[in-house]
Design a protein around this ligand. Structure first.
Ligand SMILES: [Fe+2]
Length: 276
């Protein structure tokens, strides 16, 4: 197995391993350590199918919860992230987030397997939330360490949310509902359970408040952190290729989708890795 760092704050490309077959424990352990180190791994030139994606996800730690989506037929732990060539709905997941951070135990990671990749556009951006926190002044770090953030899926998946009842013409099987109104607190600076590193656990998609702070001040803080984390020095821009599997660590990176592939179909299959 060969690991080539992206040269950006996070991300690495992995070659020399075949993920279409069951892996030895030693391979999984090597992949897990590279994943914790680089936060985002891209495996190029794979021949995986949905069975292989499920097998790999199980080996990486088991299936995580995946709310608000209908799974694909025959694979209850896989969701299709897709957009038809002529689709005019808003781009899905275009705002920074960590997957399902509004759950009590958000998934450790997410696996995204290329099914159909357009010839242009559709890059996924990742921001290194550990590096972004580390670069803050010491005084600011202490202030943030004392804060507790409130997360919710309401902006996206509530009946009146972005993907709610008024979202028409979307090909993806999103299932909004009242459950999205639930709120879940997490430390604003979260200790990574496997590396011990501190990461900013906050996003404009799912962080809806700060405990003990009025809404306007909390909103300003969330915007300030959003702008800090999306600086180029913390961001890895991932370019997709057919046959690629990408896995990322939701505890140490935020991510967002980008467009730029109008007129082309795009489909990827997603699974999530359970919390440890
Ligand atoms: Fe996501």
């Amino acid at each position: 197995m060969h690991i080539e760092p992206s040269g950006a704050a996070c991300g690495a490309r992995v070659s020399g391993i075949d993920l279409s077959v069951a892996l030895e424990d030693a391979d999984i352990s090597a992949i897990r350590s590279a994943w914790l180190e680089h936060k985002v791994l891209a495996f190029a030139d794979q021949q995986m199918d949905d069975d292989a994606l499920e097998r790999f996800t199980l080996a990486m730690g088991g299936f995580g919860e995946d709310p608000f989506f209908d799974p694909i037929d025959g694979h209850e732990h896989i969701a299709a992230i897709k957009r038809e060539a002529d689709e005019t709905s808003t781009l899905f997941a275009e705002n920074w987030h960590s997957d399902w951070s509004f759950l009590r135990k958000p998934p450790s990671g997410t696996c995204l397997m290329a099914v159909e990749i357009p010839p242009i556009g559709g890059d996924t951006l990742f921001s290194d939330q550990v590096a972004a926190f580390a670069a803050l002044p010491d005084k600011r770090k202490d202030e943030l360490r004392a804060m507790t953030a409130v997360h919710s899926a309401s902006r996206g998946y509530a009946p009146d949310g972005l993907y709610g009842d008024n979202d028409k013409g979307r090909s993806m099987s999103i299932r909004p509902g009242e459950a999205a109104l639930a709120r879940q607190s997490h430390p604003l600076v979260k200790l990574h359970p496997e590396t011990g590193e501190e990461a900013l656990f906050c996003s404009i998609s799912y962080t809806v408040g700060i405990e003990g702070m009025d809404d306007m001040d909390a909103f300003q803080l969330i915007i300030e952190l959003h702008q800090w984390c999306e600086q180029d020095r913390f961001v890895y821009r991932h370019k997709w290729q057919p046959g690629m599997l990408v896995i990322w660590d939701n505890r140490s990176v935020n991510h967002k989708a980008t467009g730029g592939y109008e007129g082309h179909r795009r489909e990827l299959h997603r699974s999530t890795i359970a919390a440890v």
